[in-house]
Design a binder for this molecule. Structure first.
Ligand code: SAH
Ligand code: SF4
Ligand code: F3S
Length: 455
């Protein structure tokens, strides 16, 4: 096409004012979405709106972890198409893990999608939008570049009192059921200085509870200049920053629970006593078939070591029921592991084959009704445990970070160090402070208490 023709045909470009982002998936995606909105605000002055109907740009940040992820994206896109039929200037982008996985298949099926991008390329969003507005072309950007996207992102913002910092990306573990290594790429750790700087910025902006994020944070490692910094070292550095109040991390893998890491909870006063350590199954045969890289005994050892130093540490996990070949005996070993460990909370899933993963080549041979039944039995046990652990809090005095007003009139809402929600009466000017609260009642999901000192 001739350049002149192109410019003659170019439509009148309306200014971009508003952005809508729909986020699915894990904490990394939540973090990525907030960075996308920062980027688009900086580049185009876009304001975030809560209704896609009001948006000039709609971005979907997708997740492929579970069944039907792709179909859910297409049906959601169908809704956005209706908006675009009325307003052809609307820009629609699909990012995240489905974007990465599906690539330009998305635009073949949904040609009204302007941009497809992945978790490693969203720093280029402003440029992609520019290209689209200039040339009205479709853009797909899903390579996994070596360059650090983090160098291209604006400073993070704090929402409320919590802040998030991605410290590593990707996964090299290749559990046989999991899509993440294919969508997020290889494990890459960010430089220590960048992480410290980002944490300092968050603290300065008012963050009091900071979480370090990654698919496998305990695989964190940077080497260079004779220096070798592992995850436990990083925790000591970050935890010791001036003004750091509460530090957490997610997610860690049982295979890399080093002694240093087990001790870190006791050694670093700002590191909160809460650990999400997914185990998936309690059967060695299933753990092996899942390629998890450890046995149930290793998991028990890690928990024992953690509790040796931090007896009250709250534990949570992820479980999969109905993995190919899982027998009743295997499943009972999972129940047995849960009984032995004692969890405060957990996420449980029915296995679903994800296209492209090794496990998807095995027959999905546990019938749906059996998966359902196992899930219910597991959930019942976990609920019982979680309730018990909640009850154990009654009578304790806990340091509660006051996050804001509760939905109940006149109440405040805060968090204990081990991340439980507490409601209590208090003056809203206490928001942002950490105060001792005496716990008086336990519910399934939250606690009720009384401030020790009303000031
Ligand atoms: N990196 C984390 C997990 C990320 S995915 C870790 O290794 O712990 C979050 C959870 O989704 C997993 O722990 C697993 O329980 C679940 N999951 C992943 N793939 C799944 C699949 N194909 N079917 C069912 N659940 C799955
Ligand atoms: Fe998936 Fe396993 Fe990697 Fe976790 S460790 S992201 S479950 S492959
Ligand atoms: Fe989902 Fe991707 Fe996170 S598949 S769980 S959004 S890494």
């Amino acid at each position: 096409m001739l350049a002149t023709e192109k410019s003659e045909k170019k439509p009148q470009i309306k200014s971009l004012d508003t952005l809508f982002i729909q986020t699915y998936g894990c904490a990394m995606n939540v973090y990525d979405s907030s960075r996308m909105s920062d980027l688009m605000q900086e580049a185009y002055g876009l304001r975030v709106v809560n209704d896609p109907v009001d948006a000039d740009v709609i971005l979907m940040n997708t997740c492929s972890i579970r069944e039907n992820a792709e179909n859910k994206v297409y049906s959601e896109l169908g809704r956005y198409k209706k908006i675009k039929d009325k307003r052809p200037d609307l820009i629609i982008g699909v990012g995240g893990c489905v974007g990465q996985q599906e690539g330009d298949r998305i635009q073949k099926r949904a040609p009204y999608v302007d941009i497809v991008f992945g978790p490693q390329t969203y720093h280029r969003l402003p440029e992609m939008v520019k290209e689209i507005r200039r040339d009205r072309v479709r853009v797909t950007e899903i390579d996994m570049p070596e360059i650090e996207k983090f160098d291209h992102l604006p400073k993070p913002k704090v929402e409320g009192l919590t802040g998030y910092v991605t410290i590593m990306e990707g996964c090299d573990k290749f559990c046989t059921f999991c899509i993440v290594p294919y969508t997020r790429g290889a494990e890459i750790s960010r430089p220590v200085e960048d992480i410290l700087e980002e944490c300092e910025q968050l603290i300065e902006a008012g963050a009091k509870d900071i979480s370090l994020l990654g698919q496998n944070v305990n695989a964190y490692r940077v080497e260079g200049d004779g220096e070798d910094v592992g995850f436990a070292d990083l925790l000591h550095l970050v935890g010791g920053l001036e003004g750091m109040e509460r530090l957490r991390f997610s997610t860690s893998h049982p295979m890399e629970m080093t002694t240093e890491l087990c001790e870190a909870f006791a050694e670093i006063p700002t590191l909160m006593p809460y650990l999400h350590l997914p185990v998936q199954s309690g059967s060695d045969d299933i753990l092996k078939a899942m390629h998890r890289g450890h046995k149930r005994e290793d998991y028990f050892k890690a928990i024992e070591e953690l509790r040796l130093h931090t007896p009250d540490i709250a534990l949570s996990s992820d479980f999969i029921v109905g993995f190919p070949g899982e027998t009743e005996e295997d499943f009972e070993l999972t129940l047995d592991l849960v009984r032995k460990v004692g969890y405060d909370s957990a996420f449980s899933f029915k296995y679903s084959p994800r296209p492209g993963t090794p496990a998807s080549k095995s027959e999905d041979d546990v019938p749906e009704s059996v998966k359902d039944e196992r899930l219910q039995r597991l959930l019942a046990l976990l609920r019982e445990q979680s309730r018990e652990r909640m009850e154990q809090q009654v009578g304790k005095t806990l340091d509660v970070l006051i996050e804001g007003k509760s939905k109940n009139e006149g109440d405040l809402r805060g968090r204990t160090p081990d991340f439980r929600i507490v409601h209590f009466k208090g003056n809203p000017r206490l928001v942002g402070q950490t105060m001792p609260v005496n716990i008086t009642e336990a519910y399934n999901m939250s606690l009720r208490g009384e401030l020790i000192i009303e000031n």
